[in-house]
Unconditional design. Structure first.
Length: 263
């Protein structure tokens, strides 16, 4: 009989990173002691220039990278070899290219893949798939081949494949990249509606402001700033120092208006 999942600690933050330092085998030091806490239900943007260590940090959250100094815990559960199966269920990573996640003949089978591998069957599995697709507005596409969908629709299905596992934290890698304006807005509406902790890695600073009340800048392998997103983006000297640039004419002190919720 398989062991039941370890219950998350209701009082623990979704994510705690303490003193995380990591050097690659070639000697390149990517992280120099990162401390980051993300509370339950927060939406936090992870910003920073290329080469800042963002990918290295994300790969520590579900144990793809290990062996550094420091600790990472998810809902109170340490990221350690004996917990990796449960950690990888709790930390759902949505990659920049949805085709890295969609490989089954139909949307339904893609979304069912993770829960089925975890042991769900029958009506319970079908209900899990239906609910995950409903959360991203893709129920009616369940029987379609993923490669027949638009890029924006495929990204929403990729989000559903992760939501089907009922993660503690949803990590999004450049979620707005390659989306047309309508798809960008639709995805924003969906992400706002989710009752899950979100860590969004992005260079799209207006999208970060729209979706994430809090932002952190990772630069040179350390957390260089942690503040309300609007305050951080309005600090011109801070932005310049860490090679972050707003689109021409964009004013971070003007709050974006929200569109209607997902239908």
């Amino acid at each position: 009989m398989s062991q039941s999942p370890v219950a998350p600690l209701s009082f623990a933050p979704s994510l705690e990173v303490n003193g995380l330092a990591y050097a690659y085998p070639d000697g390149h030091q990517a992280l120099f002691g990162v401390d980051l806490t993300v509370e339950r239900g927060e939406r936090v943007a992870l910003l920073g220039p290329n080469g800042a260590g963002k990918t290295t940090l994300v790969l520590h959250l579900n144990g793809i990278l290990t062996g550094g100094v420091g600790t990472v815990t998810v809902a109170g559960l340490p990221v350690a070899p004996q917990h990796l199966k449960e950690i990888r269920r709790r930390v759902g990573i949505v990659f920049q290219d949805p085709d890295d996640q969609l490989f089954m003949p139909t949307v339904r089978e893609d979304v069912a893949f993770g829960p089925a591998a975890a042991g769900l069957r029958g009506a319970e599995l079908e209900d899990t798939v239906r609910r995950a697709l409903a959360r991203v507005g893709m129920e009616e596409y369940a029987d379609r081949p993923p490669h027949h969908l638009s890029f924006g629709q495929r990204r929403r299905v990729a989000v559903a494949t992760v939501l089907a596992m009922e993660p503690e934290i949803l990590v999004l890698d450049e979620p707005s990249s390659n989306l047309d304006p309508a798809s960008r807005r639709e995805l924003a509406d969906i992400l706002r509606s989710l009752d899950v902790t979100v860590l969004m890695v992005t260079h799209d600073l207006p999208y970060a402001l729209e979706l994430c009340p809090r932002a952190v800048i990772l630069s040179g392998g350390v957390i260089a700033a942690d503040a309300p997103t609007g305050d951080l983006l309005a600090d011109e000297e801070l932005m310049r120092r860490h090679r972050l640039e707003l689109p021409f004419g964009f004013d971070p002190t003007v709050r974006p208006t929200r569109g209607p919720g997902p239908r």
